[in-house]
Design a protein around this ligand. Sequence first.
Ligand code: AMP
Ligand code: MG
Length: 409
Amino acid sequence: MTDFCATQGLLTLEQALAQISDNLPENNAYERLSLKNSLNRITFTDITSGINIPSFRNSSMDGYALQSHDQQKDTLKVVGTSWAGKPFTRAVNEGECIRIFTGAYVPDDCDCVVMQENVSRIEETIKISAWPKQEENIRNIADDTQKGQVLLTKGKQLKPADIGLLAACGIADVAVYKAITVGFFSTGDELVSMGSQLKLGQIFDSNRYTLHALLTEAGVTPVDMGVIPDNPSAVEAALLSASRDCDVIITTGGVSVGEADFITDVLEKIGTVDLWKIAIKPGKPLVFGHIDKAAFFGLPGNPVSVMVTFQQIVIPALQKMMGYKKLQQAVTLQARTTETIKKQPGRIEFQRGLVENNKGELIVRSTGGQGSHMLSSMSKANCLIVLDQTSGDVEKGQYVSIQLLGKNI
Ligand code: AMP
Ligand code: MG
């Protein structure tokens, strides 16, 4: 049975993402950071190498460098040593070789290196049991990276290997997109900050802690603005203040149609509302808009809805504003469900699951209650089971799509 009430007038997740993406402010600001401070930041320009790597022919083994055409000779005379950092630069003539170590310069006279395991040495001569081929055990100039080559393209997140690659090229600092600042606050008269005694009807504010963790993991600068009561003028003042200092504002709660839900009204007064209902479960009521230059996301209040809408909707937007050329998507796999999954057609649904490898096959089961207030089942989950908008119940033993949880949720 289609959940018609739920679908009428709602945007699909894809439509919402496309509309949001088209309406995000540009980020053209950058800063230069030393390599050590640049992990996970996004490159602002293409970065090219000023040198070849390797910049000189060097040995990939400890052994002896020699001329391969000397094969018919019974023994070779050792005339010197090339150490890593202390090159041997004199001539190596016919019938001669040099001791060499990994990473050491290979003189132009030599065209191969024999590994030391294939050599017996008697004083200053060697006898070779297995002759190397021409070029064997030699790392050639530029076989890793060529001078002038683009090492990293604009919009790439810097991972440890990228930082090592830049260091290998002698690049000490890097232009990255300026980190975006995200101000966030919780709304709700029932919310109490930790440290106080709960009275009847009150709950601890968990969303701000989850959001702080999600934003930190996403690589933006979080600005925690606390809890704001269900009072339009307090919400308005907080939003205006956030819009002056932040690139993005995120609130939780107050976006459904209850009497205490006035985020949309306030937004209409001081900014623009671009859309506000999406066919996604959990998370249907969600507001996107702008206040001056700041992008605004009004997420639902329920803790699991916050996490799911953050990952599915806010993260792609943040990544675009952060400068990512290619958005990082959650890894999606197919897994066999160990139980029947209940689902009404009408909205794309993200259920909390636990996936495991069962003798080479991925199997997934629910982590329990799927109420959008139940953070415990989110905490137990290692994946989200993704059920299409049109899908109904899924029988036990069927394959379902799962998104691995990890970074960002
Ligand atoms: P709302 O969207 O404001 O109607 O809130 C929906 C549900 O989420 C209610 O049960 C709220 O008590 C709960 N909720 C709202 N904000 C928070 C928060 N910051 N931490 C934990 N639960 C919240
Ligand atoms: Mg509320």
